[in-house]
Design a protein around this ligand. Sequence first.
Ligand SMILES: Nc1nc2c(ncn2[C@@H]2O[C@H](COP(=O)(O)OP(=O)(O)OP(=O)(O)O)[C@@H](O)[C@H]2O)c(=O)[nH]1
Ligand SMILES: [Mg+2]
Length: 422
Amino acid sequence: MEENKKEVQRAVLVGMFQGLRNEFSIEDSLNELAELAFAAEAEVADIIVQNKSKIEVATYIGSGKVDEVRMAVEDTEANLVIFNDELSGAQMRNLEALIGVPVIDRTALILDIFALRAQSKIARLQVEYAQLKYRLPRLIGLNSNLSRTGGGIGTRGPGEQKLEIDRRRIQERLDEIRKQIDEADKNRMVQRQMRAKSEIPVVALVGYTNSGKSTVMNCFIERSLEGELDRQVFEKDMLFATLDTYNRRIVLDDKKEFILTDTVGFVSKLPHSLVTAFKATLEEALNADLLLHVVDASNDSMHMQMEVTADVLKELKADTIPMITVYNKIDKGIRPNDASEDAVLVSAKTHENIDVLVEMIKSRIFSDRKKVTFLMPYAEGRATSYICETYRVEALEHLEEGTKIITEVSIADYNRYSAFII
Ligand SMILES: Nc1nc2c(ncn2[C@@H]2O[C@H](COP(=O)(O)OP(=O)(O)OP(=O)(O)O)[C@@H](O)[C@H]2O)c(=O)[nH]1
Ligand SMILES: [Mg+2]
């Protein structure tokens, strides 16, 4: 991966203005693209915008704009063009022929950053899977004279040498990775079931990349009674600092405990293949009892970022999990107006209001437990096994009339099975 990396990549960014979406202006969108390029270790040489709603089938942008891009590339001695929207293989090939340097799109760029950052075996497999899925339908579009196998954005990552192997081999590799990912999923499932058994609630941090999820996580680790201080997670001012899911046991001052999960951040136009590939690790978050949606309150694009996060959560079917909106970075002076009782303004940096957040979490994950003694008739086998699997059973006895179970259950289950309470 390293050998050809010395050459600095200088990129011309190209965006098409297609009307306002999510209050996200083309400028904001291209600024974010510039940050993504920076995260992939490229310099931005120039930015070109096309104000047009119609997409050219062959080249995405109009022919005049293609000329403009080509001249910008020549003027700035750029060696890469990055489009803000997804291109087809044919569009890439046509554009490369006209412009003379490799052309990639936002999706390839994001995949590349993930490839650079992926550390764990599972994250690397997931990224490779997403990259191959992205490349498969674009194979025909690749220009052999502008060889992409030499390194650089769009070609890096665990799968880079495999770029030009044929479809069948790619498909075989996809199946192989799928198997390994499924295997890892199984292990995770077992762990999760063990946790469910032990009845420790799970709280997951979700949100836009760079919003401060890992920093919030570290706040909690510092406060945890049973110190796992040595197990702080990586926080950094860069996009996609976290690619793996991290679980930490947090013990609050009243000895109540929960599992806190840190997850990969989201970004606008997050490639679908990545969402699918990361679904398994994200599912960890999806199974949480409570989500903490961390928002960077100091960011101009805060509302758009919140919307993107909401959309991804919806796609992952996690939008029904109770959620607290954590407006972070208020030390920077911006305090959003959100009077909802599910919102809190904090600074993970100065720890301001973290105690308020702790109380909110407590009231949501520990409030609805009720100690109860059931006498479950033997005809209610399914309900009995549900209770035994879901909760920690303190005592269980088989009597003549049924199974006597002493446990603590949620209010919902308390009401649902109230007929069997003795
Ligand atoms: N001023 C200020 N900076 C913060 C605060 N919380 C986090 N940061 C900074 O924001 C940057 C991103 O923080 P992370 O915790 O890595 O963000 P993340 O959401 O985990 O990001 P990804 O893992 O990339 O999705 C770091 O430079 C943090 O130091 C805060 O409350 N105030
Ligand atoms: Mg992080």
